[in-house]
Design a protein around this ligand. Structure first.
Ligand SMILES: *Cc1c(COP(=O)(O)O)cnc(C)c1O
Length: 358
């Protein structure tokens, strides 16, 4: 009975489940391995002891945080919208622009939320296949053709792409923005800190561009749920019309602000992880039967026989990685988040032990 009342396009969806399993080392969700700096913890303790408390609603417009972000990126505060993770902004952007039967185009494989949120809106998701035999490289002409042919309302680009790790050059993105001027182009830069490239400067030039950023990866705050969009003021205004009131809690606004102001420490952590990515790749190269896809992010995708069995065995040994059982393209792949040197070394040791004994 309840099922019959549900909108038809939602009936086949299943809830997103992230298993809470005990672990020794967590390399499955691209989180930062680092804890909040102690100075921030102390300020938080102070906030709880002396602050205004949580009986008062948060600042609905996240004014201070938006000012800080706008200054850093050299944009206007009215071009920044803050959400509970960039996931919320993905959903809001699709809700603003995509109606029943309208198309959303994205490269595939990529982040699953583009598809899921399109289905929730009643739109039609169109994945443009990346060529596995060419390291999942992005074909700009092919993508532009798809966006035009489908008359996509929105197109997503994940840069660097999750889970494959590859990049699209800013020049190619600019071509897409020009040639697909009738579509909203969303560039999800969740991992851009690890490649040092961004199309945020292009926001001034292209009114159809939205860039998404998150505090969940490089900025230590996956648990606080904070992300933001940078776009021209028109798109920002449209998102704000439907943004849930008081979406970002006062605690999240405060912590994000404090973390973002620690740029020097953050940049050190980012550089450390970029170096560790190199170390992890070097370690993986020494293991037989492993193919490594080039990565510009804080994870590495590899192809290996018996990927699913290997990840299950790793899990038994307390090491979580991401595998893709049943996926038509990624069934033989594993995505490993770059951790600390100690974590990566333990992973490499256990991983090569498993491969050598399978
Ligand atoms: C992790 C991730 C995000 C971040 O989502 P949040 O809601 O900000 O935690 C966004 N896009 C991609 C591609 C990701 O992998």
């Amino acid at each position: 009975m309840i099922g019959d009342l549900v909108r038809p396009e939602l009936q086949k969806l299943v809830p997103y489940v992230s298993h809470q399993i005990p672990y020794r080392i967590k390399l499955d969700a691209n989180e930062s391995p680092f804890e909040l700096p102690e100075s921030i913890r102390k300020k938080l303790a102070d906030y709880f002891l002396k602050g205004p408390g949580l009986n008062i609603y948060p600042d609905n417009e996240s004014v201070e945080l938006r000012k800080t972000l706008a200054k850093y990126w050299n944009v206007n505060p009215d071009e920044v919208v803050v959400g509970t993770g960039s996931n919320q902004l993905i959903q809001l952007i699709i809700t603003v622009f995509v109606g029943k039967g309208e198309k959303v185009v994205y490269p595939w494989p990529s982040f699953s939320m583009y598809k899921i949120n399109t289905l929730i809106a009643g739109g039609e998701p169109v994945g443009v296949l990346l060529d596995k035999d060419k390291d999942f490289g992005f074909d700009t002409d092919n993508f532009i053709a798809a966006v035009k042919e489908e008359r996509a309302k929105v197109a997503f680009l994940c840069n660097p792409n999750n889970p494959t790790g590859g990049m699209i050059s800013s020049e190619d993105i600019e071509r897409i923005l020009k040639e697909c001027s009738n579509s909203i182009i969303v560039v999800d830069e969740a991992y851009a800190e690890f490649c040092n490239e961004s199309v945020i400067p292009l926001v001034k030039k292209y009114e159809n561009l939205v860039v998404l950023r998150t505090f969940s990866k490089a900025y230590l705050l996956a648990g606080a749920r904070c992300g933001y969009s940078i776009s021209g003021p028109e798109i920002a205004n449209e998102i704000n019309k439907i943004r849930p009131t008081y979406n970002v809690s006062s605690l999240t606004q405060l912590i994000a602000q404090m973390v973002f102001e620690k740029q020097e420490e953050m940049q050190k952590m980012i550089q450390y992880l970029i170096n560790q990515r190199g170390e992890l790749e070097a370690g993986l190269k020494k293991i037989k039967d492993v193919y490594i896809y080039p990565s510009c992010a804080n994870y590495v995708l590899i192809k290996v026989p018996k990927a699913d069995e290997i990840s299950k065995e790793l899990e038994k040994r307390g090491i979580l990685v991401r595998s893709f059982p049943g996926d038509p393209v990624l069934y033989d792949c594993i995505r490993i988040t770059v951790g600390t040197k100690e974590e990566n070394d333990i992973f490499l040791e256990e991983f090569s032990d498993i491969i050598n004994n399978f």
